[in-house]
Design a protein around this ligand. Structure first.
Ligand code: AMP
Ligand code: ZN
Length: 470
């Protein structure tokens, strides 16, 4: 029995069959809230991006074409504060963090989105201003005395639907904190923030005077500009649900009159000792910290991808060590299969490939634990079959090919090692020495290769090279 592809929808709190909006059934549009670039992203942030990467890659595995947008928040309180403290323009302050974010995406093998719009792009600022104007005209927003513009949540009856909040709970209760006295309702949120002395030179002109956009409208403007008024999947971490995503729904739907997002998917947090990993809590690790300690991007990817996205994941160094040994097991399996596959006898295909328990587990709301469980069962069974000489070279080739397909999703294959020219030349000399039965020279060349970090192994198909581990 085949199970339909299904995902958990935060809006309905249930797992639902997936179908794209595209009448052709092919294209899936995904919007992801990206990093706020005031610091290096920590691996908690990357848990969210790796969950989204798994989602995208699995959809592609199932034949969909994914169109993906991830924004960069390069203007907000934190980026402005950072720029002022450093005494540099905002763009100069955020650029190194944008650069390091892209480096980290590469190290973690996260597929780049089709576009990475920045909130400060004048085209997007103009769109935000345009949307705010529309919201005011339709009575969904109002200009307060301080020249800021707020969204009027009372004008959107379904406000609270995503977070499952009761609007009545958001009614003012008499005492409202002093900096929010201009708002009609304590739950109303800023669409446009009037310029104040803390903003330094960061300001844009608008019909309501100089100021800057609120964070929520940034995403509504960039998502609709690049993907259209309706999108298939909107993702983020659970902390984005309220108020950020709730606000995005309200603003966007009040502008377009259409249902903005079909499926809302949120990942649970990466935790440290029972607390959310966060910059503000000071309990975070950046990828560069972990690389400097000798861990690889692939090992960090393994830790972050291997837990189901809706379960909190506790980060520990034991977890990283576990990832290292799981990867060694997979690498060793791949090497054994390659050695066997390179011999010439034939046989019947391996039945596990047809069954694809790995892919079917992911169809069920990205059940990675079951998928990896099936993969390691296969590794164990086929290792045993190889020990017993019962796996045919054809089966090994089929399994290697299947492992390659699984890696279009997991992206956990070993670094592809390019063998330097001088090493290839030494191997060639050694092969010639062996052909001439000059064993002394052959051994000398083997030692030379070892000294340079390469182990040479003689097989019936010729010399094979592997990296020596120190
Ligand atoms: P920020 O840079 O804080 O706006 O966060 C960027 C993304 O990372 C958002 O989707 C957050 O929900 C997500 N995020 C932040 N901290 C964590 C964490 N500890 N675990 C998982 N996701 C997180
Ligand atoms: Zn967002």
């Amino acid at each position: 029995m085949t199970m339909p592809l299904q995902f958990h929808n935060t809006l309905t709190r249930s797992v639902e069959p997936f179908a794209p909006l595209d009448p052709g059934g092919k294209t899936v549009k995904i919007y992801t809230c990206g990093p706020t670039v005031y610091n290096h992203a920590h691996i908690g942030n990357f848990r969210a991006y790796i969950f989204e990467d798994l989602l995208q890659r699995h959809l592609e595995y199932r034949g969909f074409h994914v169109e993906r947008v991830m924004n960069l928040t390069d203007v907000d309180d934190k980026t402005i504060r950072g720029a002022l403290e450093k005494g540099v323009p905002l763009a100069e302050f955020t650029q190194p963090f944008k650069d390091s974010f892209f480096e980290d995406l590469r190290a973690l093998r996260i597929k780049p989105a089709d576009s990475f719009p920045c909130a400060t792009d004048p085209v997007h600022i103009a769109r935000m201003i345009d949307m705010i104007g529309k919201l005011i005209a339709a009575g969904h927003a109002y200009e307060a005395e301080d020249k800021s513009v707020y969204f009027r949540i009372a004008s959107f009856p379904s406000y609270g639907q995503l977070a499952h909040l009761n609007l009545d709970e958001l009614r003012p209760s008499g005492r409202v904190s002093s900096d929010e006295y201009e708002k009609e309702n304590i739950g109303d949120f800023a669409l446009w923030k009037a310029h104040d002395e803390h903003d330094g030179h960061v300001a844009w002109d608008s019909p309501w005077g100089r100021g800057r956009p609120g964070w929520h409208i940034e995403c509504s403007a960039m998502a609709t500009a690049l993907l259209g008024d309706r999108i298939d999947i909107h993702c983020g971490g659970v902390d984005n649900i309220f108020p950020h995503h709730e606000a995005e729904i309200a603003q966007t739907e009040c502008c377009t009159g259409l249902k903005f997002v079909n499926l809302w998917m949120h990942c649970a947090h990466l935790m440290v000792d029972g607390r959310k990993m966060a910059k503000s809590a000071g309990n975070f690790h950046t990828l560069r910290d972990l690389l400097a300690k000798g861990w690889s991007g692939r090992e960090v990817r393994y830790v972050l991808i291997a837990a189901h996205y809706r379960l909190p994941l506790n980060f520990t160094f034991e977890g990283l060590a576990g990832a290292r040994s799981a990867l060694q097991r997979l690498d060793e399996w791949g090497r054994r299969l390659s050695d066997l596959a390179s011999t010439s006898a034939s046989g019947t295909p391996h039945p596990a490939i047809e069954e694809d328990a790995f892919g079917r587990a992911l169809d069920d709301d990205l059940n990675i634990s079951a998928a990896l469980g099936a993969l390691f069962d296969l590794v164990r069974d086929t290792n045993r079959a190889m020990d017993a000489g019962e796996l045919s070279p054809d089966q090994a080739r089929g399994l290697l090919d299947y492992w390659g397909r699984i890696n279009t999703i997991l992206a956990l294959e070993p670094e592809s090692e390019t063998i330097p020219g001088d090493i290839t030349a030494l191997v060639g000399e050694r092969t010639a020495a062996r052909a001439a039965r000059d064993w002394g020279r052959s051994d000398m060349l083997r030692d030379e290769l070892l000294a340079r970090g390469w182990i040479v192994k003689d097989t019936k198909d010729g010399a094979k090279l592997t990296r020596s581990v120190d």
